[in-house]
Design a protein around this ligand. Structure first.
Ligand code: NAD
Length: 340
């Protein structure tokens, strides 16, 4: 832990209208008065300005634009003392259907941001995923650590891995003041209906029988997005420059167990779903060892009861149908076209 904490006053949050970025913006507004947030978001299909609507205008400003726009990025970074980078193409299935926007946003966009941070000597935090490490066998208790070699499987995770490598090289070569975090699977409010948990929840609300990929034994390590936000803030303000921190909350569960938990919450029998063909390259197991973050920075997750976090998330989707309804039909049409 550094002796004196870094105290940012003006931060740029890229992708702040997406799922995890918008939860982070809410977290900062609630927990850190005095910090101004400029959200830079292109508002792709995954970005929704409604995610940050209602936050105080003197604390949060939305700039609609592309992180690949070097002039725009330069102007915003020049006026900030930290950048927290969430913007990405983030959905594995889409990356298999068309990898090109993943290369553009995840790799070129990161390049534009770190170059601007280098020019203006601005602190940079890079938000990444545990998927860069590939997967673990189901019958092995090993978990990912900061030392695990990179072994990405999908176009999505390979572009995230590439962006992590750019950041590491910019730290080493140019002295960029950066930290990196790799987090496990998030759940919580504002997650797009294309993702596993919201898709199951909204199908059940619609009376549609859920579908499960493969044999359902793929294990994900679930963390509530609010815990991800507190960890990112902790690393941004107290992490050591140049370091990577893994973020996880010991939430390993296979997809079948998660679906059964959702079915139970809806009062449905636990086998009330259909199996569908697995996606190519589907990783078997992710599991995070977050002891470095806990030991060095004293971070702890708060939402450790998955069943109650899930119940709150289901409640949120029930109460916020106008938020997810417009994206639902197009998302299901896309899945149907892919045979899922
Ligand atoms: N979802 C997870 O479980 C998870 C886990 C670990 C890490 N992450 C990482 O967290 C970050 C956010 O993930 P998410 O699930 O919230 O994604 P998301 O798809 O919900 O949101 C992405 C946001 O980025 C914006 N965006 C996309 N391209 C852009 C561009 N070129 N310029 C500006 N804005 C652009 C979108 O409009 C959207 O608001 C990603 O970097 C992802 O790799 C996600």
């Amino acid at each position: 832990m550094t002796d004196t904490a870094f105290e940012p006053r003006r931060i740029v949050v890229t992708g702040g209208c997406g799922f995890i970025g918008s939860n982070f913006v809410h977290h900062v507004v609630r927990e850190h008065p005095g910090v101004h947030v400029t959200v830079l978001d292109k508002l792709t299909y995954a970005g929704n300005p409604g995610n940050i609507a209602g936050l105080p205008a003197d604390r949060v400003e939305l700039v609609v634009g592309d992180i690949c726009d070097e002039g725009l990025v330069d102007r915003l970074v020049a006026d900030a003392d930290a950048v927290v980078h969430y913007a990405a193409e983030s959905h594995n299935d889409n990356s298999i259907a068309d990898p090109s926007p993943f290369l553009e946003t995840n790799v070129r966009g990161t390049y534009a941001l770190i170059e601007a941070c280098r020019r203006h000597d601005v602190r940079y935090h890079h938000v990444s995923t545990d998927e860069v490490y590939g997967d673990l066998p189901l019958d092995d208790p090993a978990r990912f650590t900061e030392e695990t070699p990179y072994r990405p499987s999908s176009p999505y995770s390979s572009t995230k891995a590439a962006s992590d490598m750019l950041v590491r090289a910019w730290v080493r070569t140019f002295g960029l003041a950066a930290t990196i975090s790799n987090c496990s699977n998030n759940y919580g409010p504002y997650q797009h209906v294309e993702k596993f948990i919201p898709r199951q929840i909204t199908n059940l609300i619609d009376g549609v029988r859920p579908r499960l990929y493969g044999d359902g034994r793929n294990v994900r390590d679930w963390i509530h997005t609010e815990d991800h936000s507190s960890a990112v803030w902790c690393i941004l303000t107290r992490g050591r420059i140049g370091e990577t921190y893994l973020i996880g909350a010991d939430g390993e569960r296979d997809n079948l167990a998660v679906l059964r938990e959702i079915l139970r919450a809806f009062g449905r029998p636990e086998d009330d779903f259909d199996w569908v063909r697995d996606r190519p390259g589907h990783d078997r197991r992710y599991a995070i060892d977050s002891s470095k973050l806990r030991r060095e920075l004293g971070w702890e997750p708060r939402h450790t009861d998955f069943a109650s976090g899930l119940a709150e998330t289901i409640e949120w989707y029930r109460e916020n149908e106008p938020w997810w309804r417009p994206a639902k039909e197009a998302t299901e049409a896309r899945y149907r076209a892919q045979g899922q």
